[in-house]
Structures are given as C-alpha cells and as structure tokens.
Design a binder for this molecule. Structure first.
Ligand SMILES: [Fe+2]
Ligand SMILES: [Fe+2]
Length: 288
C-alpha cells in the first residue's frame, strides 16, 4: 500500500477511536462487589498490578517525548487525545476498585529511567530516532496485546464468580478500548517496515536492542515488578500454555523483525521474560 494511504488510514483510526471511545467516567462505575474476599483472593494482586501500569501512562508519554522528539501529528493526537485520557481513567477506576477491595493504594513508578534518557540522547541523531520509534511501536503492540488478554481473562473470572457489576461497568468498557490501542501500534510498526523506512543496519540495531531490552508490560526493567508480573501470569493461568501466550504477544514483532528466521514460533526473549518472571515469583513465595 502506498505510504500516503497507510498514513491516512492510521490517522483515521486515531480519529475514530477518539470519537467512539470517550474516557470512561468514574461515575459510570457500579461499585457493587458481591464477595470482596473472593475477588481479592483471586485477582487482588493482578488488579494492583494493572492499576499501577495504567497510572504509569504519564511516564510513558514522557518517554515517548524523550525517545521521539520529532513526534508527528498523528502520534501526538493519539497520545494526547486518545491514549493518555483513556488509560488514566482505567488506572483511576482500577485504583478505586483496589481501595474498595481493601488493598493498599497503587504507587505508580513515574521516573523516566536512565536507560531511556541515554537512548533519548542518541536519538538526536535522526536514524537512531527512527530505530527508537520502531521499538516504541513494537513495545506498544506487545504491551497492549498483553492488556487485551489480561482483561479478557479477568473478565471471564469475574463473570464466573457472578461479579456482574465489575464485569459490566469496569472490565467490559476497559476491554473495548485496549484493542484500538493495539491496532494503532501494530499499524504504525507495520507501516515503518513496509515503507522500508529503515535501512538494514537500523533493522539490525533494532533487533539487537529488542533482544537486550524486551520487558513484559509494567516490568520497567526492575526486579520487583518482574517478580510481581510472575504472580500475575500465575493468577491468570498463563503458565498453562506459556508458549501459546508468547506467540500471541510476540506475533507483531515475529512478523516484522524476525520474518527471516524460518520456523521461529515466537521471539525467544519473550518466552525467556515470561519464564524469568514466573521463576522470580515462585522463589519469592517459597522464601516468604
Ligand atoms: Fe488501559
Ligand atoms: Fe491500552
């Protein structure tokens, strides 16, 4: 597809998301919880984790501006009119749910890491900025896919437990917004590859950096969050088919970065990150 058309398609997608999905108001939530103890036991840890990740959207926006100082209008509209306003409401709604469940308040991690700042300094050099941009889109695609799957699984659990208010007024509305975020990042990354915006050395650099820096959603390259993520993976039952899950969340980058590796089911670093998180969590539990 010609470059112009794809750009227009992405811009239209962003506009449609903004029109179709206004941020979810706190007042639209029915706070009825039938069995708080049961919800807390089954999903308390996962809700804590997701509330934090959603509230960290403000740091994600700062990172975007550090990594891609020349951000274009479509990206600007996406993060300022669609993504940030939607995610922050997800965070506030889940944070209040945590409170209603008697869990301690979330403490989002809002400092831009040294690593991002270093990469940011390098992106003064435009070809490196293009590499950072591709990585940013791939990160978005993988993390949003994780969000879609997590909310689906929690919602199934809530329906099973008869928590209709949580399902219908919290999870369903959130669940409707995440796939549009995923689609934005997927389309943007695909556009960069298909238009051949990157030269072979840039793609090589992108692969090396991706292998070295891949992180599951919300882990922020920090051990305690990686460990927490292991607990989320177990609570959601991801360990029952970890390879299938790695395939799901790695599909976009398998296709765009690793197509030349015949027979690669999923990038090994994704599977490795999942295993690492689960092992960290298991050793935390066993030493507690
Ligand atoms: Fe979200
Ligand atoms: Fe999202």
């Amino acid at each position: 597809m010609p470059r112009q058309d794809t750009h227009a398609k992405i811009a239209e997608h962003v506009q449609r998301l903004g029109e179709r999905y206004p941020p979810i108001p706190l007042s639209s939530v029915d706070r009825t919880i039938n069995d708080p103890a049961a919800v807390k036991a089954r999903f308390g840890h996962t809700i804590d984790y997701l509330a934090r990740v959603e509230l960290e959207v403000d740091r994600n926006v700062l990172e975007l501006l550090v990594l891609i100082p020349d951000v274009d209008d479509t990206n600007k509209t996406f993060y300022s009119d669609v993504w940030q306003p939607q995610e922050i409401q997800h965070g506030l709604i889940l944070d209040r749910l945590q409170h209603d469940l008697g869990r301690p308040a979330t403490e989002p991690h809002l400092d831009v890491s040294f690593r991002v700042k270093v990469l940011g300094a390098l992106t003064q050099f435009k070809p490196v900025q293009d590499v950072a941009k591709l990585l940013y889109f791939l990160t978005g695609a993988s993390t949003e896919r994780q969000a879609v799957l997590a909310y689906n699984l929690i919602n199934d659990g809530m329906v099973e437990m008869g928590e209709t208010a949580i399902s219908q007024t919290i999870l369903n509305p959130i669940k409707q917004q995440e796939p549009g975020h995923f689609a934005f990042y997927q389309m943007s990354a695909t556009q960069m590859i298909q238009s051949k915006a990157l030269r072979p050395w840039q793609l090589f650099l992108a692969r090396v950096l991706r292998e070295k820096s891949y992180g599951l959603v919300g882990t922020n390259a920090m051990k305690r969050y990686k460990t927490d993520m292991g607990g989320v993976a177990l609570d959601l039952g991801l360990d029952r088919d970890l390879e299938g899950y790695a395939r799901e969340i790695g599909r976009v980058e398998s296709r765009l970065l690793w197509a030349h590796k015949q027979g690669m089911q999923f990038p090994p670093y994704i599977f490795g990150a999942l295993q690492e998180s689960i092992e960290l969590y298991q050793s935390r539990v066993s030493t507690a």
